[in-house]
Design a protein around this ligand. Structure first.
Ligand SMILES: Nc1ccn([C@@H]2O[C@H](COP(=O)(O)OP(=O)(O)OP(=O)(O)O)[C@@H](O)[C@H]2O)c(=O)n1
Ligand SMILES: C[C@](O)(CO)[C@H](O)COP(=O)(O)O
Length: 227
């Protein structure tokens, strides 16, 4: 039997408001290389055959082209313009895929510390069960805060922090993303769940951080220094 075609949609269509940097955070350099190049390199290292779809803000494509020339970055991928929300950016990436067979991993461009093992485990689980969503247990205590300011301790053992990659059967993704935007759709798992598909969790890693605010850059720098 032929192996299933694998796709990776790397979403980097955001503007990075919380980072408060002059350029969108996906282009900030860590250890000399833009964050997004670390992420793309990780997926290409995982597989020469994987079809990478890169989603960028349309007004940043010229800047990205310039960065690629500067860093002699020659990895092949399909380039797609992003949308107003992460949901819209994923949808644009999805629409660039022909056919409905195979598996698709969606990964945040700003999660550069992604291991080969997690990418591989996520495709393996999605091949077996249709979905694989990376997650880690909480390490801090949590409290629920009500609108009136009252707060109460919650049982953290029943929660997981959700990461990417989130990998699914391509036909499930296409079906689920036929829907319109909702602000509840903070990731792909919430979209597939709303469409009735089962969500299977796999272990992620505490190093697989989403670079969101300035202090995250220091951690990513340390984690990316590993041999
Ligand atoms: N319209 C959007 C918004 C976000 N993303 C991507 O989704 C990932 C996770 O989003 P987030 O960390 O929130 O990035 P930003 O939206 O850029 O950041 P902020 O919310 O601080 O503005 C990022 O790789 C981001 O580029 C995207 O592709 N398209
Ligand atoms: C997809 C995600 O990274 C999973 O944790 C997260 O939901 C993205 O959230 P953001 O508000 O777009 O950063």
């Amino acid at each position: 039997m032929n192996a299933m075609q694998e796709y990776a949609i790397i979403v980097a269509g955001g503007s990075g408001n919380r980072m408060k940097s002059e350029i969108p955070k996906q282009f900030l350099r860590i250890n000399g290389l833009p964050i997004l190049m670390h992420t793309i390199n990780a997926f290409r290292k995982y597989s020469e055959a994987i079809n990478i779809i890169l989603v960028l803000p349309s007004n940043q494509i010229a800047f990205w082209t310039q960065l690629c020339e500067e860093h002699l970055f020659s990895i092949t991928y399909t380039l797609v313009a992003g949308g107003d929300s992460r949901f819209a950016s994923v949808k644009n990436g999805l629409q660039s895929i022909q056919g409905n067979g195979g598996l698709v991993a969606v990964h945040d461009g700003v999660r550069p510390v992604i291991s080969n093992e997690i990418i591989a485990a996520s495709f393996t689980k999605a091949a077996e069960q249709g979905s694989a969503v990376t997650s880690v247990p909480l390490k801090d205590s949590i409290r629920k805060v009500e609108a009136n300011g009252e707060n109460a301790a919650m049982d953290r053992s029943v929660f997981q922090l959700i990461q990417t990659p989130q990998t699914f059967r391509l036909d499930w993704m296409q079906k689920a993303f036929e829907t319109g935007y909702s602000d509840q759709f903070t990731d792909c798992a919430s979209v597939l769940e709303a469409a009735g598909f089962p969500i299977h969790l796999i272990p992620g890693s505490y190093e697989n951080i989403k670079v969101t605010t300035p202090e995250d850059l220091r951690w990513a720098e340390i984690y990316l220094q590993k041999p």
